[in-house]
Every structure is written in C-alpha cells, then in structure tokens.
Ligand binder design. Structure first.
Ligand code: UDP
Length: 238
C-alpha cells in the first residue's frame, strides 16, 4: 500500500447511496459495506469526518413540489439526515470504530450539538465524526453542509462519494460517449453547469480553496486509494 497522503478528510455520502437495492430507506448491507471501506483508513490514522444526505428518506424540494411549505419540508429533510447518521454510527461502532454524531439542530438525547472546536477535538482523537442535520438551515443541501464543515474543521479535501467514477462532460448514463475529467476547475464545473454538486457548495469550496474529489464508492478499496493520493476519479481544483 502506498503512503497515506491525507491526514484529515471530509467524506460526503449521499442518502440515496444508503438505499442499496431498495427504493426507500436504508439497506443494512450498505452501512456495513461503508464501514468496511472506512475502517482501513481509520486504522491507518487518517481523521475521517462525514456528512450524510437524507434523499433516501425525504427531500424538501419534493415536499415543496407536492404543495408543502419549502422550509418545513427542508426541516424534514434535515431530520432524515439524522436518522442516516445514527444508522451509520451504530454500524461503525459494531465494526470497532469510535464514532460521534454531532447535529446542527440540537437534539441532545441522541446526538451532540455541533460545536466546531469539539468536532476538531473528536477528529484529533481519531473518532469518525458524523455531522448530522446538514447546515441546520432550510434552502441548503448536504453538499453545502459538507463544503462548510470541510472548511470549518480544516479538512484537506472534500471527498464526494457517488455512484459514478468521476465528473463527465455529460451524463454517462444517457450519453455513452461522455468524457471523464481527471481534473477540472471550479469555474468550469459552474460554467458547464455540471451536476456534481450544487452551485452553492462548489462556490464555497472555490472561495476557500477546498479541493473536491469525486469517485465511485461502489469500488471496494477506493476510499483508501483516494487517501493515498491515487487517481480514482475527478479532482476539482483552482
Ligand atoms: N437540507 C436542508 N438544509 C441543509 C441540508 C439539507 O434543508 O443544510 C434538507 C433538504 O430538504 C434536502 C434534504 O435535507 O433535500 C436532504 O439532503 P440532500 O438532498 O442534500 O441529501 P442527498 O441528496 O445527499 O441524499
């Protein structure tokens, strides 16, 4: 195994990834597979912060499309991310990893409140630290929460785990001739309107020079390879 390149990273997992073969909710096999993916990195001493989405349970935009108040729907979406975070914590602990959940919306009986300095302390102690409830504000996404928390805890890179092995110039599912980028600039992502992350999160990373790596989490061992600096997808840089 090559050398560890990153000491502290933020891993963004989509809620949809947790569905596995299901059409809703959490397929228990997925947290287990994620635990197996993360554990070698944890044991190698890289500090792992995680932001997980909630799209497998509820999205505010879908609620709004059905006539709901958008902010109310977004609150439900943020609560969905807490359910996913607790599921991951349970599984990671069963796999021998120390893990803390910190929520942007206070619910002290089940998760710690998010306090930046405490989050950094957890990471320094080697605990997998999951940031739940997005940013705590409606009208944002968990991609933006990931960008924000990555900047706040001084992560070296935001690693976005998806079901596609990088960023393409068109959707590879509908365009078989789509070309994958090894690297691309933030400006190009925004200019071409590539749907890798929403524009708010891309702009936040750009403004704060936070590199973004995009890779397919379904390839076993890919997280460790990314941690070792191997080229596993697309990197978004200045
Ligand atoms: N959300 C929010 N503020 C945030 C993060 C998330 O209101 O800071 C809500 C929003 O409704 C979103 C839902 O939570 O649709 C789930 O998050 P997201 O869609 O980002 O999850 P993913 O696509 O990663 O599964």
């Amino acid at each position: 195994m090559s050398d560890i390149r990153y000491k502290r990273v933020l891993l963004k997992l989509s809620g949809e990834a947790l569905m596995g073969g299901q059409s809703f909710g959490i397929d228990p096999a997925v947290p287990q597979r994620l635990a197996e993916e993360i554990r070698p990195v944890y044991e190698a001493g890289t500090q792992v912060a995680i932001v997980v989405g909630g799209g497998n349970i509820f999205r505010g935009l879908s609620g709004a499309a059905a006539g709901m108040d958008r902010a109310q729907g977004d609150n439900m979406g943020m609560l969905a991310t807490v359910i996913n975070s607790l599921s991951l914590q349970d599984c990671f602990e069963r796999n021998g990893m120390d893990c803390r959940v910190m929520s942007a919306i206070e619910m002290r009986q089940i998760a710690e409140p998010y306090i930046r300095r405490r989050a950094i302390r957890h990471l320094e102690k080697g605990r997998v630290t999951i940031f739940a409830a997005g940013t705590g504000n409606p009208y944002f996404t968990t991609d933006t929460a990931a960008a924000l928390r990555a900047c706040e805890v001084n992560a070296e890179v935001l690693m976005k785990a998806t079901n596609v092995d990088g960023i393409y110039d068109a959707d590879p599912k509908t365009h078989p001739d789509a070309v994958r980028f090894d690297t691309i600039t933030y400006r190009e992502v925004l200019r071409r309107d590539l749907k890798v992350m929403d524009s708010t999160s891309t702009a936040l990373c750009h403004d704060n020079k936070m590199p973004i790596m995009v890779f397919d989490i379904n390839h076993p061992g890919v997280f460790m390879k990314a941690i070792c600096g191997e080229s596993v997808g697309t990197t978004v840089v200045e």
